[in-house]
Ligand binder design. Structure first.
Ligand SMILES: C[S@@+](CC[C@H](N)C(=O)[O-])C[C@H]1O[C@@H](n2cnc3c(N)ncnc32)[C@H](O)[C@@H]1O
Length: 511
């Protein structure tokens, strides 16, 4: 149960601006905070010992005070808090629910983290150990990062963030959207999102309470993003984690319903976990979710875990403070999987694009090992590449087209020692940014690709290659077309008569 139904919020709008101003003046941004603490990133805060951090923040400056109260969960004196937030009154901070006061000390009740030029407030993990754990609002987790990184950041007239939590996805989308509707079943999460929108001066974000798409009824969106409570378990304890539905029904219901809320050409991106059953191809099962959806669909699987590893990982997240409950919980989770025949759990991103017409495609691939920096542009390119390949179905068109090699491409040769010196064992194309696929090629193919600068048709390059290898041209065409198709899909090659560079917002450039 929520102990303060207005928390966190200021009575006067001006107060949130004063707080933001105080944080900015103090230098409450990632580089200054990490310098102060001597850390390389925020997650390493967890493993660093408190006496060391206390020493590094002991000077009494406004930044040190704010870092102690909003990052380190360490009490600060009322005098230092007053000096750090002036002209905002500590009383207003207390009433907003951001701090508690005990005697002449104040303690933060939320954590505030700088993230991609924004400041985001969310619950302290200690709430998970209290009777109020159900409505805990999570911070910036691995899944939050993953979705933020993979989001297609084209300009959007209207964006929906489904399961907004502290608002991270919706607030990032607000930078390239005219309006954002951020929805959550948990009223506390909705208040955090509204608070964070105010703290970041974003007035195009509306936050609403409701179950899945309910608050969006009657509206259509260019972009829907969702990091839902996807965990597959017998539990219904934490709203941020447990969808309260059988198996993977939460994710399935979201992707099933999404098309009705998408505009033509609109994208829906959902982080999902799905059940995998022995003897059933996971791709086939997922394909069934999208029959008749009116969408092209790309599933990018990031990992699969056997049921036992999956259960153990998730139980450790929340029950590590109650070791006596671990075994009992684990048995409950495993019995649940056995009853349903769940063998393993797949995880990844599902991207759907609504498109009129009938020849919709469904693809399910394993994600590349590395994803370097923002990848939304590559997701979008994969859709336009498949459009092109579908339209240019006949091979004459491929041979008549010119292709350009992505400038992020690198060619890597690997050698091993042998009796005759270094012996080459493989040549690979890799990428230095985005969805960094790595594909094995032979040297002849690599030489052909080096000539793909968008000026000469593929057929001409294939003829030149056949001549240099002294082989029959026709025997090369099929392998060349297969290679080029793969390389277009994986972003190494782009047809120069493609549909043009997708319109991307400059937000794609943030790191
Ligand atoms: C994994 S958290 C994601 C939070 C945030 N979007 C992020 O990316 O970090 C899932 C969120 O979905 C919300 N949620 C749970 N069930 C929901 C439902 N039926 N409808 C809407 N939101 C729901 C939870 O309260 C939680 O905030």
């Amino acid at each position: 149960m929520d102990t303060n139904e207005r928390f966190p919020s200021f009575k006067r709008h001006g107060d949130i601006l004063k707080l933001r101003d105080a944080l900015d003046r103090a230098g409450y941004r990632d580089s200054s905070i990490l310098d102060l603490l001597g850390l390389k990133d925020f997650p390493s805060l967890r493993g660093t010992d408190l006496p060391l951090l206390l020493r590094r923040t002991g000077g009494g400056s406004p930044l040190e005070t704010l870092v102690r109260i909003f990052l380190m969960e360490v009490p600060v004196s009322m005098d230092s808090l007053e000096a750090a937030v002036h002209p905002l009154e500590p009383g207003a901070l207390l009433r907003s629910g951001l701090v508690e006061i005990s005697g002449d000390e104040a303690l933060g009740t939320v954590r505030i983290i700088p993230f991609q030029e924004m400041l985001l407030a969310f619950d302290l993990p200690r709430r998970l150990k209290t009777p109020d754990h159900r409505d805990y609002v999570m911070g910036i987790g691995r899944s939050s990062h993953t979705l933020a990184n993979l989001t297609v950041r084209s300009p959007s007239r209207a964006t929906l963030d489904l399961g907004c939590g502290c608002g991270i996805q919706g607030l990032l989308a607000a930078r390239h959207s005219e309006t954002v509707l951020a929805v959550d079943l948990n009223p506390r999460a909705v208040r955090f999102t509204a608070f964070n929108a105010g703290l970041n001066g974003l007035d195009n974000v509306q936050a609403a309470v409701g179950d899945r798409f309910k608050p969006a009824d009657g509206r259509r969106f260019d972009l829907i993003v969702s990091n839902p409570p996807f965990v597959i378990s017998p539990e219904n304890q934490y709203t941020y984690r447990d969808g309260g539905m059988i198996g993977d029904e939460m994710c399935r219901s979201i992707v099933k319903t999404a098309p009705a809320y998408l505009r033509e050409g609109g994208f829906c991106q959902v982080l999902c976990n799905w059940c995998q059953f022995a003897g059933q191809d996971w791709r086939e099962r997922l394909a069934g979710w999208f029959q008749g959806s009116g969408c092209d669909v790309w599933v990018l699987r990031s990992e699969t875990r056997d049921a036992a590893t999956y259960a153990s990982t998730w139980i450790q997240h929340t029950e590590h403070h109650q070791p006596e409950r671990l075994v009992e919980r684990f048995h409950e989770w495993m019995a649940y999987y056995e009853r349903q025949g769940i063998d393993s759990v797949g995880a990844g991103l599902i991207t759907m694009r609504r498109r009129s017409g009938s020849n919709h495609w469904f693809r399910a691939d394993d994600a590349p090992e590395k994803m370097i920096g923002p990848c939304g542009r590559d997701i979008l390119h994969a859709f336009t590449a498949r459009d092109w390949l579908q339209k240019a179905g006949d091979r004459e068109r491929w041979l008549a087209s010119a292709f350009r090699l992505n400038p992020d491409t690198r060619l890597e040769q690997t050698f091993q020692p042998s009796r005759d010196g270094w012996e080459e064992i493989e040549v690979r194309l890799t990428r230095t940014s985005g969805l960094a696929h790595s594909i094995r090629v032979d040297v002849a193919a690599a030489n052909l690709l080096a000539r793909c600068d968008g000026s000469r048709p593929l057929g001409e390059l294939a003829s030149a290659l056949a001549a240099s290898l002294e082989v029959d041209r026709d025997s090369l065409i099929e392998p060349v077309l297969t290679l080029v198709g793969n390389l277009v899909e994986s972003g190494f090659l782009e047809p120069s008569d493609s549909l043009g560079d997708p319109e991307l917002s400059s937000e794609e450039d943030f790191s």
